[in-house]
Every structure is written in C-alpha cells, then in structure tokens.
Ligand binder design. Sequence first.
Ligand code: SF4
Length: 347
Amino acid sequence: MLTADVARPEEPNCSPPLPGAAASRSRTGPDIVFGPVPSRRLGRSLGINNIPPKACSYSCVYCQAGRTDRLSAERRSFFPPGAVIAAVEARLEVCRHAGEQVDYASFVPDGEPTLDVALGDEIRGVKALQVRVAVITNGSLLWRDDVRADLAAADWVSVKVDAVEMEAWRRINRPAHSLDLGRVLDGVSLFAANRTAILVSETMLVAGVNDDDRSLRATASFLSALRPATAYISAPIRPPAESDVRVPPAATLDRARRIFSDAGLRVGLLVEHEAGAFAAGEDAASGLLAIIAVHPMREAAVREYLARANTDWSVVDRLVSTGQAVVLEHRGQLFYALPARHGARSR
Ligand code: SF4
C-alpha cells in the first residue's frame, strides 16, 4: 500500500487491466525488490513489491501509483513466496557488498500487500535474512484473522486511517464494494489491541475531502484509542491519481496537527520530500522502473540516482521515448512515473 513514504477491490475479483505499459508490465524477480530508497520513517528501506500492478482494495484519489485497475478485497496468491524471499536475499547481498545500508525490508507495493495470501510466509522468510521487516497497509483487511496473524510476524506496521466517516471514506479511498467501514475499523482496532509490532498510523489529508474540523476530530478520536507510536499526517506531495486532488493549506495542516495532539496522539508530519539518495541497481533502467512503479521520483532524485549508477540522462530519455516512463508535473515540480494510470496529466 503506497503511502507518503514511498504506496487497492472486489467483486469481479480483478477488473481487466487498463491498456498501457504500466498495466501490462509483469513483475519478475528483479522487479519485486527496489531500492533501498530513503524513507522518512524507516531510514534506508529496501522496498518489496509483492503485488502485481496495481491490485488494491482501495483506489485512493491521491494514490501516487495512479488509479487502481485491479480493485479487489479478495486475498490471492501472486508470486511464489520463495521467489520473493530469494529476490530480497539477492538484493541484500548486493547491498552488503556495496556497503549500502538497509534499515528495513518493507512490504510497500503499488497495491495492498495484505492481498497477498503468502504475506505471512514472506515476512517470516525475509526476517530470517536478519533484517527488520516493515509493512505499510491500508488496513482494509485487518478484520480477517489470517491477515492479522500474518502481520503479527512484522517488526513495524503502518496502518492507513484517512477517514472514519462513510462519505469521506468513500470519497477519498474509493474502497472495493464488499468492504464495510465498520468492519474495517473494528479490524484495525483489534489488530492494535493485540499488536506485537511497532504500530504507527497514517492519515493522508486531501483539501475539501477529509480536512474539515469534524472529520479531523472523528479521525483523531478513533486513532487515540489505537495508541499508535506515532500518528502521521501526510499530504499528496507526489502526483496523485486524480488531477483535482489538492494539498491542504499550511494552516489546515497545522490545525490537524493540533487536533491530533489534543487527542493525546504523538504526531508526525509527512509533508516534505524525503532526503537522501535512491540506491542504483545493477541495471540502471530496470532499477529506476522498479522504484517509480511505487514511488514517482522528482527530477533531482532521478539525476542523483543516475549519478550513483555511473550513467547519464540518456537512460531516462530512452524510457520516456519508448513509453516505459512518463513525466508528470505536480505542484510546479517534474516527476518521473510509470505511464497509463495517471493518464491525462503526463506531459
Ligand atoms: S490506492 Fe490507496 S491503499 Fe491502494 S496503493 Fe494507492 S494509496 Fe495505497
């Protein structure tokens, strides 16, 4: 599940993919792992993308991976767990040889990681590689016993709670039809009550959707009962799925911080881009594609990545000219992303 750090349905179990390069890319060993990338919460995070693009139980209006084209709340088998663990092991080995620090291996696909029925086995297998494991989830499946059991194996879990009122939840998260808000929130509460991992929450604020005082107080009240280590407030600073999504003004973000604080929460604001370099893989082009599948990158970050890979901008020119990547403009900055799901706003 994508988040401010790095970041899906039902019913027909999977909708047909949209046309376009992103939707048609299949994920293979090297694509399953990306980075390490700088994370504002996890230090140097080796990303694990255990979900095909883009399967999620939500289709959040702000999603940096674009619209969900496989909306489902049904758990499924996607990749053999051994392939996921082997891909992580191979990348960790490369990092160790290169002296590249890895603080966490993080399940943070361009979709919802708990849709993967093998997630528990994968978490345990990755932990056996002597690295801490983080999972960033939208929390929509935590009402399931098997999902809570899977996440109990992780060291650090971030749960998304953008809204606790029906209208705002439907507008911002656009959930799969079979999901029920009451059941989702009960599941989050049950997971929090029996936590074995460090638990944090994340609330993405979208102007005019979930940033009014009433919504903020209701969300803060729900979160305070969870007792997260930190309640993160974020804003859509990367290109969102829908072009009319707006970052709340600074005064609103400050008010949100105060409301959360008054509810007894330790608050973290995630409204700036992370500092630090994205690690280059052995193949600069495929490494870049694996990162931007989850994490659209600013031009400056791409340039830094290419320098670390000892290559030049021709790599990007080639990806753009062949339609494998697109350039998006968001809030006056250029971002490089996979095509198709952000559609109309590519330059
Ligand atoms: S649609 Fe929402 S929950 Fe799904 S990956 Fe995107 S941000 Fe995460």
